[in-house]
Design a protein around this ligand. Sequence first.
Ligand code: FAD
Ligand code: NAI
Length: 478
Amino acid sequence: MDTKTPERYDVLVIGGGPGGYVAAIRAAQLGFRVACCESNPYADPDGEPRLGGTCLNVGCIPSKALLHTSHLFADARDVFAAHGIYINVPRIDVPGMIGRKNAIVTQLTKGIKGLFKKNGVTLLKGVGVFAGPVENGWRLSVGGALVEAERVVIATGSRARHLPGIPVDNRIVCDNVGALDIDAVPKRLIVIGAGVIGLEMGVLWRRLGAEVTLIDVLPDFLPQADRDIAREAARIFSKLGIDIRLGITLGDIKISKKGVAITCADQSGAAMKIEGDRVIVSVGRQPNVEGLNARAVGLEFDEHGRIQTDARCRTNLPGVWAVGDVTSGPMLAHKAMEEAIMVAETMAGQSGCRDFDAIPWVIYSLPEIAWVGKTEQQLKAENVACKTGRIPFTASGRALGAGETAGFVKMLADAATDRILGVHIIGANASELISEAVVAMKFGAASEDLARICHAHPSLSEVIHEAALACDKRALHF
Ligand code: FAD
Ligand code: NAI
């Protein structure tokens, strides 16, 4: 352990993911002397800490880069001919695809280091561990060196949850880390957990030619989504050739030279064997809290093992905040970033708040799924009477021209006030279209407000416009 006088900062951020790096940059912009420490679990050829956390290294960005390649490949194979474009049968070079993804990750993670330099944030290499309170702040050890800070932001994120009896080696049995580095198209891929990662990975490898079996313990498909969306998604993904099996209880897993065999039971208790040559385990994530020595300094946790915070992300310890996956709320990069900004601005005496009701969810499958606000089922359970505007993408000339007619937009508005309470999309570019709904809901707009906004023609956004009109039963093109 270092015996030098500890370096002192106004703010020390633990973890360099979307929550951590954004908190560090925003705090520095507001005039604080800031350091951010990163423990670097990601393979960096130079042994340097890689910023960007799960999101940039083994999450959002690499998964979307690979999904984009798979869409191009499948379009070349399945769709080009419908446009009168004839090419030789396309071939996928998986190492080439992975190499492109790695280059994007490297560019972005280096970019965050550049942003740290630009904003004067000091990057410390190593695991941040609480040593204890000091006068007006906290002492921590980072990679063996002691540092002190008046305020600490914990942004240590999450890692994949694993299942007992199913050892992850990230070669044959992968979590999100190995799943983004698979070096050849598996002949038969088993995905355990039909949640967000399971769907994105299932679609990715199915479109590259794998036979995909998606299994989930729950009897309902995508339970967090509006039921109409979930039903349509199950229909479309089954048509794509993904074998979706719900209500499955896992038994033994056997890994041999021939591949993987999982014994399980269906809802009736009947035994079945599912075979494949690779497995992806995507059954949720758990917070990274172990290395922090957090319990010793008295940090409190909720029943899910996530750091307990109030609506301003304050923990029970004075001057200690927690943001992102390590605390409650959706495990999403944009939620982590919103909280990070709020915390930095609150530290600077500004006002800030987080609004879980206006956080968009997107599943980057094909078609994409996106929603914001309440589902019809939640509104029913809360006894809120609502009106519904539902328009299929087949009603859009732009969708037809692009050959992207699958899916629909469903808008829910309060029956009494017309205020928009939820927007649910399954269809092309749902990830971009949902932003209009987020803005509308954030400003408390009514469906009538969206109905009166001029939408570019032809554009997919017209489907949102029509859904708003349909809330008042006056859709024009359906
Ligand atoms: P993280 O990104 O996990 O970063 C935490 C960082 O802290 C890590 O770099 C870790 O090394 C470091 N750390 C941990 N402990 C210590 C310590 N003691 N000392 C120093 N450093 C430490 N979200 C979306 O919004 N959109 C998506 O499309 C999306 N896709 C995803 C795809 C996959 C496959 C996965 C796995 C996740 C995806 N997510 C997506 C979720 C998103 O990645 C997370 O919500 C987000 O990264 C959380 O940010 P964070 O800063 O809280 O934590
Ligand atoms: P998830 O919570 O989305 O889905 C996990 C699934 O695993 C659930 O359907 C659950 O029923 C199932 N499951 C749990 N235990 C099981 C078992 N023993 N056997 C079979 N199935 C089981 O979690 P996932 O997919 O791991 O993703 C984690 C989080 O990462 C997401 O919730 C999301 O917050 C984030 N993420 C976000 C993305 C995005 O925004 N596009 C993309 C990927 C991840």
